[in-house]
Write a protein that binds this ligand. Structure first.
Ligand code: MN
Length: 480
């Protein structure tokens, strides 16, 4: 890839001036000079590749320039001052942010990693672009992992699958998440990867006919409506199938894996119009419809989901979304960053969307042990969410198996602290009751009541846990 190719790719989505980008290209090339990678390629090829991935996410010039420069502080004699002088404080901060993460050496598998990760995430709260650069860096390292020793491959894959893939998922960056998972899977379990990959391809080929028939029926119905649409078959992430096999202890042949189809259109109104159309042609499976447009997931994901029966009797999982939702679902937070840049200033809407991230960071600061951090990180990461209603009809998202105490703290920390009981669908329940999606939950409080230590064993969210700990600590109750 030449500099002209990168500039061309950038200009396809941005009108920003590219002086800094060109400067960064030459600066990095010169700084890394004759350094080589394990593949024997020039080190600079890695910087180019990272910049290319970032341009693929449609990031702003500053991020891509920082991507080009991301390794100069660690691997060359260049100082932060000289970056600041040539590129300004913004790019310098980004490069230093990435370097800070890079230089934290992960010694042991668990505790040290978690602690490093906590620092890394806290650093991100300041600028999410640091994480996006780091993910692009990791993606390219995973793509070129074959040049490293077996031991290194295993170490890096393990770290990728346990920390970086969940992080991309949390940030709504599903495309990277899938690729990171599948690449890690390939190095961690090469035999399983190869055999599964062959089987999935075979199944996909067999299904081509089903997909064609399904598309044909749908197209006939859609043609007269003139609603713009694209119908895409959805490729399944190999690792998620493998995880399902492990979890259900079943061979591939016994894993229920419906054909996945996406319909992409222009507006929200047309999403619902298409949904109506689909349901009028194919019989929907009861209870399969979920509206993530009206109630988006915490990671910004929006789409309509439904499962219908094809004429052949096979089940087809359908996702209906707009182009913008599609971009967001692939690139998550990175996609939203672009909108902010496009508007050239502060975007209140974006801030609101990222609020959960900030809130989450605050909770993390409160957790005392790295072990606890990792636990809460994993719990809150679960994609399976339930939606609980307040008596006034507001919807609140919670992780699976959440309790009324989690719900109380989600509404307000004072409600959580003074909670003495709860009614679910008008019936009194215990505080360790497991909430189910669609429940209406009412919290009963009493002034001067206080959180109990044993609540820590009941709650499922990091938010509730951190508030309880904070209260106990401030009121002189030892935690251990
Ligand atoms: Mn790097």
């Amino acid at each position: 890839m030449e500099m002209e190719d990168l500039i061309k790719k950038f200009k396809e989505y941005s009108t920003q001036d590219t002086t800094l980008l060109e400067l960064a290209w030459n600066f990095s090339k010169e700084a890394h000079a004759q350094q080589k990678r394990a593949s024997d390629d020039l080190y600079f090829t890695h910087c180019q590749a990272v910049a290319d991935i970032l341009a693929g996410f449609r990031m702003d010039q500053e991020t891509i320039a920082a991507g080009l420069l991301h390794d100069v502080l660690e691997d060359t004699k260049i100082t932060p001052d000289s970056i600041k002088k040539d590129f300004g404080p913004e790019i310098c901060d980004l490069v230093q942010g990435v370097t800070k993460i890079e230089t934290l050496k992960f010694s042991s598998r668990d505790v040290a990693q978690a602690e490093n990760w906590r620092r890394m995430l806290l650093a991100t709260a300041k600028d999410i672009r640091v994480i996006v650069i780091k993910l692009a860096d990791r993606l390219h390292n995973m793509r070129t992992l074959n040049f490293l020793t077996r031991e290194k491959q295993l170490e890096i894959s393990h770290e990728t699958i346990s920390l970086y893939a969940p992080l991309s998922q949390r940030l709504g960056m599903f495309q990277i998440k899938s690729e990171l998972e599948d690449l890690s899977f390939k190095y961690m379990h090469p035999d399983e990867f190869n055999s599964l990959s062959a089987k999935v391809q075979l199944r996909f080929a067999k299904r081509e006919k089903l997909l064609e028939d399904f598309k044909a029926v749908l197209e006939t119905q859609l043609a007269p409506t003139q609603i713009p649409h694209r119908i895409l078959a959805r490729a399944k992430n190999l690792f998620s199938i493998y995880r399902k096999m492990e979890k259900q202890e079943k061979p591939f042949e016994d894993i229920q894996d419906a054909l996945g189809v996406r319909i992409i259109t222009d507006t929200v109104v047309n999403c619902y119009a298409l949904l109506g159309m689909v349901h009028s042609v194919f019989k929907p499976l009861a209870g399969s419809f979920t509206d993530y447009i009206a109630v988006p997931k915490m990671n910004l994901y929006r789409s309509l989901h439904t499962t219908v029966m094809a004429p052949s009797g096979e089940l087809v999982e359908i996702q209906i979304r707009t182009d913008e939702m599609h971009h967001t679902s692939e690139y998550g937070i990175a996609a939203h960053w672009r909108y902010k840049m496009g508007e050239g200033g502060k975007d209140a809407h974006l801030n609101e969307k990222l609020n959960w991230l900030r809130q989450w960071m605050e909770w993390l600061q409160d957790l005392s042990s790295p072990r606890e951090f990792i636990e809460s990180f994993k719990t809150d990461l679960e994609l399976d969410q339930i939606f609980i209603f307040t008596p006034k009809g507001e919807v609140k998202p919670l992780p699976m198996n959440a309790t009324p105490i989690d719900f109380a703290y989600l509404i307000h920390s004072d409600i959580g602290d003074t909670c003495i009981g709860a009614k679910v669908n008008n019936k009194m329940v215990r505080l360790d009751h497991e909430l189910k999606s669609g429940d209406i939950c009412e919290i009963l409080t009493r002034r001067n009541s206080a959180p109990k230590k044993d609540w820590l064993g009941i709650v499922k969210t990091a938010g509730a846990r951190s508030h309880i700990r904070k209260y106990l600590r401030e009121h002189g109750q030892p935690l251990e």
